[in-house]
Ligand binder design. Structure first.
Ligand SMILES: Nc1nc2c(ncn2[C@@H]2O[C@H](COP(=O)(O)OP(=O)(O)OP(=O)(O)O)[C@@H](O)[C@H]2O)c(=O)[nH]1
Length: 335
């Protein structure tokens, strides 16, 4: 029998809208240029996978929808991985987790898969939205802040993304915050995840590491706010699922084209509780379709020609927002 090599696995973590798909595209391009065959496992909390539209059609991809990889569909992860390896024999697999996933839980899922599959877990790459983290750190509160902290702690490598949205002082401040939470992972500042992929992957040559526990740190002390969000330093797995309780998703399928100006005004007026949105829209005043993105109050539109059947749909993700208010607003646009 042919001896099968272990398939390298990378986990892509980072809060909603931080830039994971942007980095995934770069990774995939880089591997393809080297003649390698990457495959992707994507996980979305919504019931549509819009990020998939951004990944090249030639790349084998499986999707885990309508749940977070780290809890409700964790068992599916190893099954999907086994299926993907058997069907496609990829040279490497990237698992892009939902932005609300706790990377430690995904690590457990992948480790579980390693029991009956030849895989080689290379590391957790965490993408950080610099502006968002800076704001949350200054406020020192919220489950989102705590989750970002966990994602940073679990990282084997950190991409400090969206540095175009902060100044040099902000970048210094972030570096010292991150160094307190994770002093091992190399930190790569970037705009649109433009990092040297070769260097980044080389830094992940080694093993996955467990995050540092606040109580085990040496040197610097944590701030009161950090301590509060760690539950007094007892960073426990018992807390690991609570961060999902507050996340809500509303998926709105559009009945038809909407006016682009009106849509932009609607987006500008979204409540702060909606921290991520994405969708595919047809505008009545332009000819083509657009992939719409909204992350940390910044909208983005990309002209696209989707292959196959893709409905006009917008997914809104956030905390405790009024789904009916969003629905009403969207319905008004459709009229
Ligand atoms: N200003 C700015 N925007 C960025 C940067 N990197 C990515 N974006 C934008 O941020 C939005 C989200 O990027 P994605 O790569 O889709 O983020 P993600 O982490 O995959 O998002 P989820 O899958 O929803 O968790 C898109 O509109 C990107 O164009 C950056 O460095 N600066």
């Amino acid at each position: 029998m042919e001896k099968q090599l272990a398939t390298p696995i990378y986990i892509l973590s980072g809060f909603l809208g931080s830039g994971k798909t942007t980095l995934l595209q770069r990774l995939v391009n880089d591997w393809q240029e080297q003649g390698l065959r990457p495959a992707v496992i994507m996980n979305e909390i919504g019931d549509v996978n819009l990020d998939g539209l951004l990944v090249e059609k030639r790349v084998p991809m499986t999707e885990l929808l309508s749940g977070c990889i780290c809890c409700s569909i964790r068992g599916d992860l190893s099954m999907e991985m086994a299926g993907l390896i058997e069907r496609e024999h990829p040279d490497v697999i990237v698992v892009e987790a939902t932005g609300i996933a706790n990377p430690m839980e995904i690590l457990d899922g992948v480790t579980e898969a390693a029991l009956y599959m030849k895989i080689d877990l290379k590391g957790v790459i965490t993408v950080v939205d610099s502006a968002y983290l800076l704001e949350l750190h200054r406020e020192q509160k919220g489950k989102t802040f705590r989750l970002m902290q966990e994602q940073i702690r679990a990282a084997s490598c950190l991409v400090l993304n969206k540095t175009d949205r902060i100044d040099a002082d902000g970048q210094e401040e972030l570096r010292s915050i991150i160094a307190r939470w994770n002093s091992f992972a190399p930190v790569l500042p970037a705009v649109r995840c433009e990092v040297n992929i070769g260097d980044m992957l080389a830094s992940l040559g080694g093993k996955i590491r467990r995050p540092e526990m606040p109580g085990h740190r040496t040197g610097e002390t944590e701030t009161a706010g950090e301590r509060e969000h760690d539950g007094g330093g007892a960073h426990s797995r018992a807390h690991s699922h609570t961060h999902h309780d507050h996340v809500m998703v509303y998926t709105h399928y559009l009945r038809g084209p909407v006016d682009s100006g009106e849509f932009e005004r609607f987006v500008a007026g979204l409540p702060r509780e909606v921290y991520r949105a994405k969708g595919v829209l047809t505008f009545s005043d332009t000819a083509s379709r657009f992939l719409f993105q909204y992350a940390f109050r910044e909208p983005d539109f990309l002209r696209i020609t989707p292959q196959g059947e893709v409905p006009d749909v917008v997914v809104f993700i956030g905390e405790h927002f009024s789904k009916s208010a969003i629905e009403e607003g969207m319905r008004a646009l459709e009229r």
